[in-house]
Each structure stands twice: as C-alpha cells, then as structure tokens.
Design a protein around this ligand. Structure first.
Ligand SMILES: CC(C)(COP(=O)(O)OP(=O)(O)OC[C@H]1O[C@@H](n2cnc3c(N)ncnc32)[C@H](O)[C@@H]1OP(=O)(O)O)[C@@H](O)C(=O)NCCC(=O)NCCS
Length: 140
C-alpha cells in the first residue's frame, strides 16, 4: 500500500455505519456507540473526514464547531495496519482547512506527539463531565 492509494473524503452519504462499527471494534477503538449512534454523531458534526483504501474506511476524524470561533476534534483514528504513514496528520490538516479563524481544541490521553506535530499546544487544565449516563440519550 502506498500513500497515493489512500484517498480522503468529506462525504458521509454512502457510509455503512454497521460496517464502520465492526472495523472500529476489530481495531479496539469502538466506544460503545450503536451503528445508529455513529450515524447521528457523524451526521451532526461540522466536518467529517474519512481515509479510504480499496473503498474501506481506514481512518476517521471529525470536528464539532459553531462555524465561527470554537471547534472540538474527536474520533481521530487510523486503522492499526495503516499507522505511521501520515494518515491522521493528513486528516487533521484537511479538517483545519475548513476551520479558519477558529480556536480548535481536543482531548488526548497518549497521542500528544501527533497533535504537537500538527501545531497544538498543551493546555494546563481540561475539565469534563458526563451528563447522566454515558450514551443514554435520545440520539438512538
Ligand atoms: C493516534 C493515531 C490516530 C495516529 O494515526 P497515524 O495515521 O499513525 O498518525 P500519523 O502517521 O499522521 O503520525 C504522525 C506523527 O504523529 C505521532 N504519532 C502517531 N501516532 C502516535 C501515537 N499513537 N502516540 C503518539 N504519537 C503518535 C508520531 O510522531 C508520528 O510520526 P512518525 O510516524 O514519524 O512517528 C493512531 O495511532 C490511532 O488511531 N490510535 C488509536 C486511536 C487514538 O488514540 N486516537 C487519538 C485519540 S485523541
């Protein structure tokens, strides 16, 4: 597989969400969403990008944004067998092309180096809360 065989798309209209969940699960990167919840969370995003190889999704990234000043990047994933070839960096770069002028945030446990290379700076305090019970909502 060469870099040129990877394509990128912002189009989510043809995604098989059950298949995407299967692929994420197989790669230990499924956080419990149902296929319908994947569809809802990606559809409700400001911008979604997929990396494709042989018409299969091998990378995802998406951003929540008000379209003016604040954005939040989530679901950054490259399938294990495709890592360290610049796919996540490319997805981040392509997302950012649609986020001019905005303050972009993200949360990471262990991929700091990736984001640092993309120009992100560590913030001293991050705070978060799950409202009610995780994934229990009317989105599904
Ligand atoms: C993190 C992840 C998205 C990186 O994907 P990738 O396509 O391999 O990333 P890139 O090839 O663009 O990496 C560019 C640089 O980022 C850094 N980097 C990549 N993966 C990293 C990781 N897991 N941890 C720390 N730094 C990482 C490296 O410096 C890398 O350069 P190198 O390949 O020359 O070493 C991928 O490892 C992944 O999906 N991990 C599991 C899910 C995850 O943790 N997502 C991030 C949630 S915030």
């Amino acid at each position: 597989m060469t870099k040129s065989e990877i394509t990128y798309t912002f189009d989510i209209s043809n995604v098989d969400w059950a298949r995407l969940k299967q692929r994420l699960q197989a790669d230990s990167f499924c956080n419990g969403r149902t296929p319908e919840q994947y569809k809802t969370s990606f559809t409700n995003s400001h911008t979604v990008i997929f990396a494709l190889h042989n018409q299969e999704i091998v990378g995802t990234a998406r951003v929540l944004s008000d379209g003016v000043c604040n954005a939040y990047v989530v679901d950054v994933w490259t399938q294990s067998t495709y890592r360290h070839q610049g796919i996540a960096s490319t997805m981040m770069h392509k997302l950012e092309e649609r986020l001019a002028g905005q303050h972009v945030s993200l949360f990471t446990d262990d991929a700091m180096e990736l984001y640092a290379k993309c120009g992100y700076k560590k913030e001293e305090v991050g705070m978060s809360k799950v409202v009610g019970q995780w994934l229990q909502n009317s989105a599904d």
